[in-house]
Design a protein around this ligand. Structure first.
Ligand code: FAD
Length: 465
């Protein structure tokens, strides 16, 4: 481990920790170094799995003293791959899974390594939920710190809007608590400002009554005809802008994946997917979501009344670990008919049958002026095409498809992105400035207060002011 000057330093460090340390010669290393995106292939010098806040503080101190780069890994699902690095330290929080639910105050606390499926399972025991993502295996950490778009966002807001407190270990190893009454500016920054201010060891969320059963639509309509596809997007735009706040939706254009989960005769058939969840009464939900089913004769229909925790797993089979992924996004200030034609044009050029072009409506509670760093509330739609493919030989064609798509759509946008779908953050500081808008300078001031040397740099990075 060249980066450490004192040969005894690692031994001394390990002896102080309660948690696990994995080094390159350990049998577990090969599996442990991998993250979800197969495009990222890095070799950290030390992987630490802390079990408590003291371990996290010790690890930060060790990295600082030995001048080592440090990554923070919540669920390991960030597409840009900041959860790992070459030659540095990875703080892998997967052993910090404690969850507590208080059904009276309708709040929950969760450790920095908890995944959405784990938090949903606990909160649903009390008929409660906090808005998460639409995939149960992402970490609560990265998703919340970057925003958090899910199936109940129009009713209850983003994940970060429901963050009401946190325990954070800062760059100088201090343990800081934040809430609306204590270090509140830090809470403001954690609501969308990413992992810039420290390692969050505990998240505290507001919960809301939900389920256990909900009405959920997940339907694929025939998209073979280009005009029908365009009509599908126009329909989605009009439907989602007039639906009640209880309805949150996603639309995706793609091809039926050629795998065993789908009938062989439909493999690679272009589809228009409508997904929608009604956060409220099941009968009202059936009525409100019916238009999504009536759009055409469905190719495949997985809709129905189901436990909220099942709806939360609807996409779980679609994103296996280790596939190659490149996802980007753009906040659309306009989704007019011209924009829709461009979207459909590019969607139909996708080189891989596993890719999709996704649209998320931004409405209801998401439009409220929540006191937080998240910026993308000023638009009505988020466009997030995702390139998903298998072979390394196809890297260029897939990445190029997506970059050209985003570039071409920029005339319908103010150039801001959703930073949890950031590609590889090739645009660097410019991407951050555009995506945080007028909040960027306030974030820089906060960064200077909590991390003046930019020690936490592997993230949606904000340069200290
Ligand atoms: P990680 O890669 O572990 O972490 C990402 C970054 O967050 C780290 O680099 C670090 O900077 C920071 N971080 C992580 N943990 C901590 C911590 N405890 N303290 C401080 N900083 C920390 N987003 C949505 O909004 N809605 C969705 O429905 C959605 N679905 C997705 C589905 C899939 C299959 C994938 C891969 C991603 C999805 N995303 C979604 C995007 C997701 O929000 C981001 O990928 C997010 O970064 C994942 O968080 P993570 O903890 O798993 O990631």
């Amino acid at each position: 481990m060249e980066a450490t000057h004192n040969p005894n330093a690692i031994d001394q460090f390990i002896a102080q920790l309660d948690g696990q340390v994995i080094l390159p010669h350990d049998a577990e290393y090969e599996e442990s170094r991998k993250i979800w995106n197969g495009m990222i292939d890095k070799y950290p010098a030390i992987i630490v799995r802390p079990t408590n806040t003291d371990d996290v503080a010790l690890t930060i101190k060790f990295a600082q003293e030995n001048d080592m780069v440090l990554s923070v890994r919540g669920g390991g699902h960030n597409v840009a791959g900041h959860a790992t690095n070459d030659h540095g330290i990875v703080v892998d929080l997967s052993h910090m899974k404690k969850i507590t639910v208080d059904p009276v105050s309708r709040t929950a606390t969760a450790g920095g390594g908890v995944l959405w499926g784990e938090l949903d399972a606990e909160t649903q025991k009390y008929g409660l939920a906090t808005p998460g993502g639409v995939y149960s295996k992402t970490g609560i950490a990265g998703l919340t710190l970057g925003g958090g778009f899910g199936w109940i966002r129009n009713k209850y807001g983003l994940s970060c809007d429901n963050l009401i407190g946190a325990e954070v270990v800062t760059a100088d190893g201090r343990v800081v608590h934040t809430s609306e009454d204590e270090n509140s500016e830090l809470l403001w920054g954690l609501r969308g400002g990413g992992g810039n201010f420290g390692i969050v060891t505990t998240f505290e969320y507001q919960l809301h009554p939900l389920g256990p059963d909900v009405m959920f639509v997940f339907v694929l309509h025939d998209g073979r005809d280009k005009k029908t596809m365009e009509r599908g997007v126009r329909f989605y735009r009009d439907y989602s802008t007039t639906a009640p706040d209880e309805v949150s939706t996603i639309m995706a254009l793609g091809q039926v994946p050629p795998d065993e989960h789908f009938p062989e005769e439909l493999h690679e058939t272009p589809f228009i997917l409508f997904g929608g969840l009604y956060a409220g009464d099941v009968e009202a939900g059936k009525k409100a979501l019916q238009p999504l089913l009536d759009f055409g004769e469905p190719l495949l229909d997985f809709s129905g009344v189901m436990p909220y925790t099942d709806a939360q797993q609807a996409f779980d089979e679609d994103y296996p670990d280790g596939l190659r992924y490149y996802w980007k996004s753009l906040n659309l200030t306009e989704l007019n008919d011209a924009a829709i034609k461009r979207i459909v044009h590019h969607a139909r050029l996708q080189p891989s049958p596993f890719s999709t072009t996704d649209l998320w409506d931004v409405g209801g509670a998401m439009k409220k002026d929540v006191d937080g760093a998240f910026h993308g509330r000023h638009v009505n739609f988020l466009l997030s095409p995702e390139a998903n493919w298998i072979d390394e030989a196809d890297d260029e064609i897939n990445v190029t498809w997506l970059r050209e798509f985003i570039d071409d759509m920029s005339i319908f946008s103010d150039g801001s992105h959703y930073l949890n779908f950031p590609g590889f953050q090739e645009e660097g500081d410019e991407m951050m400035r555009k995506s945080f808008g007028e909040k960027y300078q306030r974030l820089q001031v906060l960064k200077r207060e909590y991390d003046p040397t930019n020690f936490f740099a592997l993230n949606q990075n904000i340069k200290p002011r």
